[in-house]
Design a protein around this ligand. Structure first.
Ligand code: DP6
Length: 315
């Protein structure tokens, strides 16, 4: 490697979820997905070659034990880059500026930023598409964090995964807003990786998921093209709930919701019945991500005082 390198990658929120793999080694998905990147929220990662027998992994200023799950995952990912120089060791220093209150997953931005930093440190000069393919090997959703704005992860059909990467959509949507609602920030007992595997293996309901996702993806593309917020919000919400339905139908059952999650959902439905254009999406955890346009922000904040607003298009 030529030197140290430091890069930022944004978090992304899926409006059509990635849930289920056709290849778990290469993180090749069962379905295509679509997300929006969070402009300024994400991970900043610095990598630096060090004289040591093994890697040093730091997260938010805290040294991680080398046999922790996080450190092993990071080192395993660096192995992809040092095939020809297995003796190299690195210090990896990652800072997430995602508000702790958000309860947002950080593996997507983390592997996105780590990919950019390693590609730079090794002087590889790869395109964003090539980096997206590599980031995917760290964490599937990370392939979308290589791009800003609306991003589609094309699932691809090849066994080697070289056609499974993200692409940026051209459209923007000034005023589109995401509100982070923290219901519970304790670490989830079953992570997405294990959760999607269990769902795929045990839930018959999962058979309908690829159809749901394909239809949702094309309706989202249409919503983005025509800037139809009601369509965007309703498709994203139905997509998230459909994913959760397959989780609940797994065995042992996977229910990420807590009473506070359900209360927040019911509040959203009540506000919508009263005419406020707000929808939500959720990932493999109890927290909600509200979707709305900036004109509704004040009204919504009155009902959700702890909400943290992010604007993916930086307006
Ligand atoms: C529910 O990308 O974390 O957030 O590929 O095993 O690392 P691995 O899974 P990961 O899964 C994310 C799942 C999701 C939906 C999404 O972001 O599309």
């Amino acid at each position: 490697p030529k030197a140290s390198a430091e890069h930022f990658a944004p978090s992304n929120i899926a409006l059509c979820k990635y849930w289920g793999k056709r290849d778990s080694e290469l993180n090749l998905p069962v379905n295509a997905s679509l997300s929006v990147s969070l402009d300024t929220l994400g991970s900043r990662t610095r990598v630096e070659p060090i004289e040591a027998a093994s890697d040093e992994v730091w997260l938010n200023g805290v040294r991680q034990v080398s046999d922790s799950r996080f450190a092993r995952r990071v080192s395993g990912f660096i192995d992809l880059f040092r095939i020809r120089h297995p003796e190299l060791a690195f210090r990896v220093d990652t800072h997430n500026n995602i508000p702790t209150a958000a309860g947002l997953a950080s593996s997507a931005s983390g592997f996105g930023a780590l990919t950019k930093a390693l590609v730079d440190a090794f002087g590889l000069g790869l395109t964003a598409t090539e980096q997206s393919i590599i980031a995917r090997l760290g964490s599937g959703s990370a392939c979308r964090s290589l791009f800003d704005g609306f991003v589609e992860w094309q699932m691809g059909v090849r066994e080697d995964g070289l056609d499974s990467h993200a692409v940026a959509l051209e459209q923007t949507w000034p005023g589109l807003s995401i509100g982070l609602i923290k219901v519970d920030e304790s670490e989830k007992s079953v992570d997405s990786r294990a959760g999607m595997q269990r769902t795929k293996e045990t839930a018959h309901l999962y058979q309908s998921w690829p159809l749901q996702a394909a239809s949702d993806l094309s309706r989202l593309q249409q919503a983005i093209e025509t800037r139809d917020f009601a369509l965007l919000g309703s498709v994203a919400e139905q997509n998230a709930l459909s994913m959760h339905a397959t989780m609940i139908a797994s065995w042992p059952p996977l229910l990420y919701w807590q009473p506070g999650s359900v209360a927040a959902m019911q509040k959203v439905w009540r506000l919508r019945a009263e005419g406020l254009a707000v929808y939500f999406t959720m990932d493999a955890g109890p927290n909600l991500k509200m979707l709305f346009e900036s004109a509704s922000a004040a009204a919504l904040e009155a009902h959700f005082p702890g909400m943290e607003i992010v604007q993916p298009f930086g307006v």
